[in-house]
Design a protein around this ligand. Structure first.
Ligand code: CP
Ligand code: NVA
Length: 319
């Protein structure tokens, strides 16, 4: 087994086969929530936040506890890292004391620097560019609702230049899905992300479509997703953004264009009446609270899998 640490900084850090292993393990974590012990010994995890959070904080805290470990939550401004101390020195201290580092921050480059200097797994709990843990939970939810992700169409409508759009592209492609992304001109994903997603989709049996036309993206979709139009840090642009995205709302007309048995997902927090209509998020096709719960199971699986793959924990005989 390799002693090189495995990190999860971006969705494509897991190959299609590895992502499937994590999702299989997530299903076991859910079915056998308190009687399956995937890790021997205490495992302390640092969970650091430079931005606010509800789901990510609670799911990592509960998940680490359920794995037999302890979460150490560090709120914005509470550690020395980033102002009094370098990322390099922080990484060297963390690896002497804990098993895993989970970080929500702004710049992707920051978490990459932490991982480059860490001998223990580093997990991205959201950056400006990606939210890969969220998409793992979404994929678990799609598997539960549809049996599989392979060959299904997942359509994202809204702010197509944000972290969720990027992670749906890369994570959905890894799961063999046909990922369609619709947003206004100027708020579409970067070419580099689209190119990486297209390459991954081709390898995994899916495809990528990026368009400014929501109807083109929504036609017969199996899964419809959206996200806030105002991500953390963009609050000063609220007025402009509410106008910019008004034709990209997931309302009943939008859902009617998708397949009859389509499900609706949203990472939450949601702003009813803006990116999603109340009738949709609170309606029969919505799976948003299954999706929120699955953050817990998917992340427990991810932590265990990264420790196994890094050679830092033994895989239980029963797996
Ligand atoms: N979906 C999500 O990451 O929620 P929080 O910002 O509350 O953690
Ligand atoms: N795009 C949102 C996701 C929140 C979970 C943000 O970055 O604020």
């Amino acid at each position: 087994m390799s002693k090189t640490p495995r990190h999860f900084l971006v969705d494509t850090d897991l190959s299609p086969a590895e992502q499937a292993e994590v999702l299989d393990l997530a299903a076991i974590m859910k079915q056998r929530r308190f009687d399956f012990k995937p890790l021997a010994g205490p495992q302390t995890g640092i969970v650091m936040f430079d931005k606010t959070s509800t789901r990510t904080r609670i799911s990592f805290a509960a998940g680490l506890s359920e794995l037999g470990g302890s979460p150490l939550i560090i709120n914005p401004g509470e550690s020395q890292m980033g102002h009094k101390e370098s990322i390099y020195d922080s990484a060297k201290v963390f690896e002497r004391m804990v098993s895993v580092v989970i970080w929500r921050t702004y710049a992707q480059a920051g978490i990459e620097e932490l991982a480059e200097n860490s001998s223990i797994p580093v997990i991205n709990a959201l950056t400006d560019d990606y939210h890969p843990c969220q998409v793992l939970a979404d994929l678990q939810t799609v598997r539960e609702a549809k049996g599989s992700t392979q060959g299904l169409t997942m359509t994202y409508v809204g702010d197509a230049a944000n972290n969720m759009a990027n992670s749906y592209l890369l994570g959905g492609a890894t799961a063999g899905m046909h990922v369609r992304i619709a947003g206004p001109e100027g708020y579409l994903p970067d070419d580099a992300v689209v190119a990486a997603a297209t390459q991954r989709a081709e390898a995994a049996g899916g495809s990528i479509l990026v368009t400014t036309n929501p109807a083109e993206a929504l036609a017969d979709a199996d899964v419809v997703v959206t996200d806030t139009w105002i991500s953390m840090g963009q609050e000063d642009e609220t007025e402009m953004r509410l106008k910019l995205f008004k034709d990209y709302s997931v309302n009943q007309d939008a859902m009617a264009q998708a397949a009859d048995d389509a499900i609706f997902l949203h990472c939450l927090p949601a702003y009813r009446g803006y990116e999603v209509a109340e009738e949709v998020i609170d309606g029969p096709q919505s799976r948003v609270f299954d999706e929120a719960e699955n953050r817990l199971h998917a992340q427990k699986a991810l932590i265990a899998w990264l420790l196994y793959a890094s050679g830092l924990a033994d895989i239980p005989a029963e797996l």
